[in-house]
Design a protein around this ligand. Structure first.
Ligand SMILES: Cc1cc2nc3c(=O)[nH]c(=O)nc-3n(C[C@H](O)[C@H](O)[C@H](O)COP(=O)(O)OP(=O)(O)OC[C@H]3O[C@@H](n4cnc5c(N)ncnc54)[C@H](O)[C@@H]3O)c2cc1C
Ligand SMILES: NC(=O)c1ccc[n+]([C@@H]2O[C@H](COP(=O)([O-])OP(=O)(O)OC[C@H]3O[C@@H](n4cnc5c(N)ncnc54)[C@H](O)[C@@H]3O)[C@@H](O)[C@H]2O)c1
Length: 474
């Protein structure tokens, strides 16, 4: 290795997904030098295989259904969705899987970029195998941030790897709807993908292991999404355990306790696993394949120079939470580099407290599921004194105006001792934009008594807030 292939930076970031980009940006803004290493596309899963393409596949259907739900406007919807145009729009949102725009952003932000596969080689050292086969050795003065993300988990089902199942990558980048799509897993990806491809013409069968879809959400969410999927002709099978898989000619055949189910493609969407298998974590005493165990400043426990940020730590696998962690970790790295105090208490500029207490997320199905903070089950598990308040969103004027026959539910979990919100979930059409008000109330621990002064404008769907307060008061 020539000396030209060795460089020292204040911070070395492994993985240029949305998380890695933000760690690098924050530390450079803090006056440190940083290099990003990326083996595939700068921007990561979210831009090319996850959030953006999946939402682009869903948005056309949502827009049509919003118009169809308003008498008068519905008459203007006279045709079917143009599937080819929807796929073209999806392709434009992924920049046709070309990362030139993001590379320009990296350069403009004063961050260096090295293309290739990074691995740790002992303390503060990252070796990159470049596409030309050569190696670049990067040394970090202050910190290495591992932001290598996660990949689809594949359950140990006999024959499954041999049928070459789709991962979310294929499901979000497919060039045309498969005629028959089998989906294993009824979480975020399984539900959104079933909605998307069903509306674009595929016959979808969704196999969920447990007795509910979206098992991590309030039960009202899974129930509503189940009813809606079935209404649209998706064959949803609960308590369906896939025991074996095989291909017969062009068909995929899955065996469950109830018999066989056949399709042209099968998507496996049963969760994620850490991308730490081949990144040299064993060279610093960690177990390959495990999520990185970090504290609230995202510092790996026992290795003060190493940070694990975003999907790779398994705390919250959402783009906005990875970027939030990046801001907090970046601030902690800069503070430590300057010899300043790093504050480890909750809600400090250096801790990712919202990971535990106030993570917002939206499932972009119809109905949408938008939730933040604790569900009633989580409040129960944590032994917190609480009461659950529920109200049908369709009963507020704004919702009735928004869509004829609007159906939805709001669920608030209230801490009965402190009289603050622990969590809120909205299930219904277009509820995503209601979520941030709830996030502010949960993060700010706004007392219920003060929430009465946050008056929702009439007639908006936000009037649900007033109805929840009235229900709480009784
Ligand atoms: C289908 C789907 C839809 C989703 N939709 C949403 C959504 O709507 N909203 C939301 O908030 N979240 C969504 N998510 C989750 C979101 O995609 C992730 O939380 C987010 O992409 C994580 O970002 P990250 O930067 O931590 O990891 P990644 O985006 O995975 O980035 C990691 C990067 O590291 C690179 N890398 C890995 N190993 C190496 C190595 N050894 N050397 C160099 N580079 C390496 C990878 O190539 C990649 O670019 C979705 C996920 C899926 C699967
Ligand atoms: N809109 C969004 O924000 C969005 C969209 C997609 C993904 N994501 C993120 O990506 C993560 C991964 O999504 P995901 O859907 O793969 O995981 P998930 O954890 O959301 O859901 C996995 C589902 O698979 C089921 N399951 C597990 N093993 C199974 C088996 N052997 N057979 C059948 N079902 C099985 C589980 O019960 C669960 O319902 C999400 O947790 C979320 O953090 C977010």
């Amino acid at each position: 290795m020539s000396s030209a292939d060795e460089k020292t930076y204040d911070v070395v970031v492994m993985g240029a997904g949305s998380t890695g980009e933000n760690v690098a940006d924050v530390v450079v803004r803090g006056g440190l030098s940083a290099v990003l290493v990326e083996e595939h596309l700068v921007g990561g899963e979210c831009s090319y295989y996850a959030c953006m393409p999946s939402k682009a596949l869903l948005r056309g259907t949502e827009a049509i259904e919003e118009a169809r739900a308003v008498k008068g406007a519905a008459a203007a919807v006279t045709g079917e969705q143009d599937v080819a145009a929807t796929l073209e729009r999806r392709d434009s949102f992924t920049s046709h899987w070309d990362d030139a725009g993001q590379v320009r952003w990296v350069e403009g932000a004063g961050i260096d970029l090295v293309r290739g596969t990074a691995r740790l080689e002992g303390e503060r050292t990252v070796v990159v195998t470049r596409p030309d086969g050569g190696e670049t050795r990067l040394t970090a003065r202050h910190a290495v941030a591992v932001c290598t993300g996660s990949e689809a988990a594949v359950p140990p089902v006999e024959g499954l790897p041999d049928v070459e199942p789709w991962t979310p990558r294929e499901a979000t980048s497919a060039k045309e709807p498969p005629r028959r799509l089998l989906v294993v897993g009824g979480g975020y990806v399984g539900c959104e993908t079933s909605f998307a491809w069903n509306a674009l013409g595929s016959q979808v069968t969704l196999l969920q292991q447990g007795d509910r879809l979206l098992p991590g959400a309030e039960p009202q969410a899974g129930d509503a999404v189940l009813a809606s999927l079935r209404d649209r002709g998706v064959d949803v099978r609960l308590d369906a355990e896939v025991r074996a898989a095989r291909r017969e000619h062009d068909e995929v055949v899955l065996t469950t306790a109830e018999g066989e189910v056949r399709g042209d493609e099968v998507l496996v969407a049963v969760g994620r696993r850490a991308r730490t298998t081949a990144i040299g974590v064993d060279s610093v005493g960690l177990e390959p394949g495990e999520y990185l165990d970090v504290d609230d400043t995202l510092q790996v426990r026992g290795l003060p120079w190493l940070y694990g940020v975003g999907d790779v730590n398994g705390r919250r696998q959402l783009t906005h939470m990875g970027k939030y962690q990046a801001r907090q970790a970046g601030a902690a790295i800069v503070a430590r580099a300057r010899g300043e105090e790093v504050r480890v208490e909750d809600w400090s500029p250096h801790t990712a407290t919202a990971d535990h207490a106030a993570t917002p997320s939206v499932v972009f199905t119809d109905p949408q599921v938008a939730g933040v903070g604790l569900t009633s089950a989580q409040a129960e598990e944590r032994g917190l004194p609480h009461r659950v308040v529920e109200y049908p969103i369709g009963s507020v004027s704004g919702a009735a105006l928004f869509a004829d026959g609007y159906e939805g539910t709001a669920v608030a979990v209230v801490d009965t001792e402190r009289e603050v919100l622990l969590g809120v979930t909205f299930v219904g059409p277009a509820v995503a934009e209601l979520l941030h008000a709830a996030t502010i109330a949960v993060v700010g621990e706004v007392p219920i008594a003060r929430l009465w002064h946050a008056v929702p404008a009439y007639p908006t769907v936000s009037e649900i807030w007033l109805r929840l307060l009235e229900t709480w008061r009784g």
